[in-house]
Design a protein around this ligand. Structure first.
Ligand SMILES: CC(C)(COP(=O)(O)OP(=O)(O)OC[C@H]1O[C@@H](n2cnc3c(N)ncnc32)[C@H](O)[C@@H]1OP(=O)(O)O)[C@@H](O)C(=O)NCCC(=O)NCCS
Length: 320
């Protein structure tokens, strides 16, 4: 028994903020600086009444429609998010309610920007083992609420959005191999250190990051985990038809692709239009490349995540 991705979906909030908009709103930056350092041109930002579960709901409905599965028939629900609706219960339980599904397991995965590949790997294992009939894995994030908009080193990098996939059992292998890793000794390199204590936030509730350290770390581990995953599937680098790295920064993606000998035209890039949407970034890019016809049956898609923790991981999929 294997699992395969039967449908994908995505959602980006209506409000768009360009780099120039940020500069006009008082962020000490320029469009030229942000574009040349990161490839980012704009980001989407939620409305006041939108929550992560709303973003996940819109993406999930598209993924379920593409898979031909009714919302009420969804079994396992995993939401990868760093920006949950509330401290508890999980955003996955709130999504389950909004979908009108009941009874299957539902939980959140907190692996920051690697959350989607973590969720996909867990769901793959549960579908393959027969523990669940199918699985909905969504990445949904509202980073605009955890950014210090006066810190130009971080606020220009992130955005809001959601993506989702539906996994079903399959005789033919769809998900070929997954690999997950973490090294908690780097937890301070990228973090939101604040906590809620006695009714107040103690410590900073905003993203803190050592940008250059993150850059070097990300390129190294993304390359390593891609090779490790190819070895597990007994495939060469040249078998990768589409590389979908975490959409953090165009320069990280370019450097990773170069090290893996993958030409730029085989890398799916959406970061220019939605910035770094953390756990949502890989399913957002996947859905775009599936719906515009780039990803075709029989092709190999390598998804690579990296993020706070530090965490990193992969999912190698044969499409179809
Ligand atoms: C964040 C990043 C783009 C910064 O690029 P960098 O070349 O390392 O830039 P530095 O931090 O060294 O800053 C260089 C200068 O630009 C300035 N700068 C930083 N952000 C700026 C901005 N948004 N606009 C204009 N200037 C900016 C700095 O203040 C600094 O100025 P100084 O030399 O006068 O002190 C880069 O480190 C990066 O991409 N890191 C990875 C981030 C990431 O992807 N995180 C998420 C991973 S999941």
């Amino acid at each position: 028994m294997h699992s395969r991705i039967a449908g994908t979906g995505r959602y980006l909030p209506a409000r768009v903020l360009t780099n120039d908009d940020l500069a006009r709103q008082g962020v000490d930056t320029t469009d030229e600086w942000v574009r040349t350092r990161t490839g980012i041109r704009q980001r989407h930002v939620v409305a006041d009444d939108e929550m992560a579960s709303d973003l996940a709901l819109a993406a999930s409905r598209q993924a379920l429609a593409a898979a031909g599965i009714a919302a009420a028939d969804v079994d396992l629900i995993i939401v990868a998010t760093t920006t949950p609706d509330m401290i508890f219960p999980s955003t996955a339980c709130i999504l389950q309610d909004k979908l009108g599904a009941h009874g299957g397991p539902a939980f959140d995965v907190q692996a920051v920007c690697s959350g989607f590949v973590y969720g996909l790997a867990i769901a793959d294992g549960m579908v393959r083992s027969g523990a669940v009939r199918n699985a909905l894995v969504a990445g949904a994030e509202i980073y605009s609420r955890i950014l210090d908009w006066s810190d130009r080193k971080t606020c220009v990098l992130f955005g809001d959005g959601a993506g989702a996939v539906v996994l079903v059992p399959s005789r033919e292998p769809g998900v070929l191999a997954t690999r997950l890793h973490a090294d908690g000794s780097h937890h301070a390199m990228l973090c939101v250190p604040g906590q809620v204590r006695d009714g107040a936030v103690v410590g900073s509730p905003y993203v803190h990051m050592d940008g250059q350290a993150v850059f070097k770390f990300a390129v190294r581990v993304l390359t390593e985990v891609a090779d490790e995953t190819l070895a597990a599937a007994a495939l060469p680098r040249s078998a990768i038809d589409w590389l979908i790295p975490h959409q953090a920064n165009l320069r990280i993606m370019d450097a990773t692709a170069r090290r893996l000998d993958i030409p730029p035209e085989r890398v799916v890039v959406t970061v220019d239009r939605h910035a770094n949407t953390s756990a949502a970034s890989i399913p957002l890019a996947l859905d775009e490349a599936v719906r515009d016809g780039r990803i075709r049956p029989g092709q190999h898609v390598m998804m690579l995540g990296v993020g706070g923790g530090f965490t990193w991981g992969s999912a190698l999929v044969r499409w179809g």
